[in-house]
Design a protein around this ligand. Structure first.
Ligand code: SAM
Length: 270
């Protein structure tokens, strides 16, 4: 893993970078936030209902990652419509103490499920409830944070974690079969008819309406970044090993590692 190229050094202006390092200035956010889910708050729940097996596999992955130790006080960043936080409570009795969501329409859906959600980005949030035992970005929500703001954001997250606290990230890796299709479809003008059959069995069968993350990196890129910030004892879990057309067909239990899964969890300790 350490043989792979280093993530780029973030391009924060010098004064802002210094202030961020000293934890004296907030927020980190430099680029304006774009709500890719505006007026489309129902899309995540609709996708969950249409692809229940994949969501079940993702829930088991998230649960496995959260329970490498007692998750304690949890902050969920980019909670979306709160599907996973609701299921964690119902299925496993795991309560999320605090939640952040920048999209007004998604936050409204999460509140309908009884969750308390503050409208903010990760970069702008004041982390009022710190220290946290676990900070979780489920469903690639960190992939929506611009590349030149991600290091400062994860570094700030480390500061507001309790000693021994953990950052938990779950993602569709750039290098997975699903990630490769989505990324190429996003970057190049590929005809939908050329990829529709491949995506029909995935949670991205509804690509016309389903927003997906703008920033893609392999898991090793995130691992290198997290270790450079000072996170340690990285653990990896993966699920949905099936190729894209078959992903909706069966529930899968997570296994350790990150080289095969279309959904991967990284657990990084302070
Ligand atoms: C693919 S959705 C995942 C939602 C939810 N966690 C789930 O797994 O169902 C990505 C989420 O990241 C949120 N998001 C986008 N930019 C963000 C930012 N800068 N900080 C925090 N969350 C952000 C989106 O609004 C959206 O809710």
């Amino acid at each position: 893993m350490r043989m792979l190229p280093k993530p780029p050094v973030p391009r924060l202006p010098a004064a802002r970078a210094a202030a961020t390092k000293n934890n004296t200035e907030r927020p980190i956010m430099a680029e304006p936030y774009i709500d890719r889910y505006q007026d489309n708050g129902a899309i995540l729940d609709e996708t969950w209902k249409a692809r229940p097996n994949i969501y079940e596999s993702r829930l088991r992955l998230l649960h496995r990652a959260l329970t490498t130790k007692d998750p304690g006080k949890i902050l969920s960043i980019g909670i979306g419509s709160g599907i996973f936080e609701t299921l964690l409570r119902e299925r496993y009795g795991i309560e999320v103490a605090e939640a952040v969501e920048p999209s007004a329409s998604l936050g409204a859906e999460a509140r309908k499920k009884g969750l308390h959600v503050t409208q903010s980005t990760a970069q702008d949030y004041d982390y009022a409830g710190a220290p946290y035992d676990t900070i979780v970005y489920n469903g690639s929500s960190f992939g929506f944070i611009p590349d030149d703001e991600i290091e400062a954001t994860f570094a700030h997250n480390r500061e507001v974690l309790a000693d021994g606290g953990r950052l938990v990230l779950t993602d569709v890796p750039e290098e997975s079969a699903l990630g490769i299709i989505l990324q190429l479809a996003q970057k190049y003008d590929i005809k939908r008819e050329d990829i529709d059959d491949l995506l029909a069995g995935t949670t991205f069968f509804n690509l016309n309406t389903h927003a997906y993350k703008p920033n893609w990196h392999p898991i090793s890129w995130y691992a290198t970044l997290l270790e450079r910030i000072g996170y340690r004892d990285l653990k990896f879990f993966q699920t949905v090993l099936a190729n894209p057309p078959y992903q909706k067909d069966a529930v899968e239990d997570p296994i350790e590692g990150y080289t095969k899964g279309n959904y991967v969890a990284i657990v990084a300790s302070k």
